[in-house]
Design a binder for this molecule. Structure first.
Ligand code: SF4
Length: 156
């Protein structure tokens, strides 16, 4: 997997102070996508074990009280990303107690493959669906268009 950006302290992508990883790779080609540079899975930088370790370390750093991890892109559930993202979310739940995971994907929850669903099983909040320019609304919180759905597994 490759990634475009990693923000160890982020207050924009999800609630509270967070670590945010923007991965490379997306097949959805949404009209009006702001992140077209992330579409190619070979764009950006190589995501390494050291990077994964850094994210775990940052989440557990008590000097900055982070609420959790946000995963966006690109698409974290792009098939070529699923193995790496699965390893990351599994480690976060095992090694970072109390931290939540938010994940944005262009896929619909109802159409996920078993491998993608295994990732989502570790996620607290999933925002699903393609960005639809015709339903875009800047007043929406955590999503760009009203067709996208915020699934709160943490509230169930
Ligand atoms: S899913 Fe996201 S990154 Fe992919 S094309 Fe749509 S808006 Fe862009």
């Amino acid at each position: 997997m490759n990634y475009h950006n990693y923000y160890p302290v982020d207050v924009v992508n999800g609630p509270g102070t967070r670590c945010t990883l923007f991965v490379s790779g997306c097949i959805h080609q949404c009209r009006g996508c702001y992140n077209q540079s992330t579409w190619s899975p070979s764009s950006g930088h190589l995501y390494t074990k050291e990077m994964e370790d850094q994210i775990i370390t940052d989440l557990n750093d008590t000097r900055i009280k982070r609420r959790g991890l946000s995963l966006s892109g690109g698409d974290p559930l792009f098939p070529g990303n699923v193995e790496s993202v699965f390893n990351l979310v599994k480690r976060v739940k095992e090694e970072c107690p109390g931290k939540d995971i938010w994940l944005w994907t262009g896929y619909l929850l109802s159409e996920l493959s078993p491998e993608q669903q295994q990732v989502v099983d570790f996620v607290d909040v999933l925002i699903d669906g393609k960005y639809e320019k015709d339903f875009a609304d800047v007043r929406l919180e955590w999503r760009g268009s009203s067709n996208q759905v915020i699934h709160r597994f943490d509230l169930k």
